[in-house]
Design a protein. Structure first.
Length: 309
């Protein structure tokens, strides 16, 4: 069996994956990517490399982790190594418009969206967008941070003039239609090995900061994913739904092995996909309440071990 190497920038997110490996008698290597050297002309170890790099790495002080990971993945792929969630997947992770273009090619609905570089153009872009209310969010944020609902041009003007308003990491803002949900939750479907594992409903009544990782409370006191939170509920509603088939086709078409994909149902019952998280986490309390046999991290560990064998 080859070794499994996990590429990452967040120690806390690896804890449940380590436990899943340990339960199966396996120890994976971990490659922390924040700064370092890529020995491109050398030959990398013949192993299974799993990319867990996140677009929100800058919120943990790892500003250039995605850029370093891109170079590492390029090196590994050039030497024909087994890579789970490769360089093309990383490119989707850090660009929402690329996600939406790929989703539309797969026949999925996405929210109306415009991209804006430079906050001085937000008001003009919103006037052209001509749809209220709308959502303003950074292209690269994390856990829903920086997502704002704007109800009028006057409110947007006040928002842009705030002294504490920071530009997104890549300078790109997204203007997006606000979709009135049929019920106050979004759905996140989890996939491992391009196959559906389960779907979780996430209550949105308290806002948009909805990272499903158990350890988000380490990073942000308001992340609603601690052991007492019931905002995350496993649902069987979409188990046989056509959107799952469409999402699996989307994953196959874009060589995405592991992902959590979020969508919302509007008042008419239409489903809109708005986020593809290729660095996915799982809420263990929700799994325990639902008595899920095939947990997210368990399915992930099994998949990587099969590849290594």
């Amino acid at each position: 069996m080859r070794e499994i190497v996990v590429l990452h920038e967040n120690e806390e997110w690896l804890v449940p994956l380590r436990e899943a490996f340990k339960a199966r008698g396996v120890v994976a290597k971990e490659w922390f990517l924040d700064s370092g050297i890529v020995p491109y002309t050398e030959t990398p170890e013949d192993a299974v490399y799993y990319n867990r790099m996140s677009a929100s790495s800058h919120t943990r002080g790892h500003r250039f982790a995605p850029e370093l990971t891109k170079s590492v993945l390029t090196w590994l792929e050039s030497k024909n190594r087994t890579v789970v969630n490769g360089s093309q997947v990383l490119a989707l992770e850090i660009c929402k418009l690329s996600q939406y273009a790929a989703l539309e090619r797969a026949g999925l609905k996405v929210p109306k969206t415009h991209a804006v570089v430079g906050k001085q153009h937000l008001v003009e872009a919103a006037q052209r967008f001509a749809q209220w209310p709308l959502i303003v969010k950074p292209n690269r944020g994390g856990k829903g941070l920086g997502v704002q609902r704007i109800d009028s041009i006057e409110q947007l003007q006040q928002y842009v003039q705030r002294d504490d308003l920071e530009e997104p990491l890549d300078g790109t803002w997204l203007l997006q239609e606000y979709i009135q949900p049929k019920q106050p939750f979004i759905t996140r479907a989890e996939f491992v090995g391009q196959k559906f594992v389960y779907a979780v409903q996430v209550n949105t009544e308290d806002g948009f900061e909805l990272c499903p990782a158990d350890n988000c409370s380490i990073e942000a006191a308001f992340c609603p994913t601690d052991q007492q939170s019931h905002k995350f509920t496993i649902t069987k509603r979409f188990n046989d739904h056509e959107i799952i088939v469409a999402l699996e086709n989307f994953l196959r078409s874009n060589d995405i092995d592991v992902a959590g994909i979020e969508f919302i149902e509007d008042e008419r019952g239409d489903l809109f996909v708005y986020d593809v998280n290729t660095n996915t986490n799982y809420n263990q309390p929700a799994e325990q309440r639902a008595k899920v046999k095939n947990t997210g991290m368990g399915a992930l560990a099994d998949y990587l071990i099969r590849l290594a064998q």
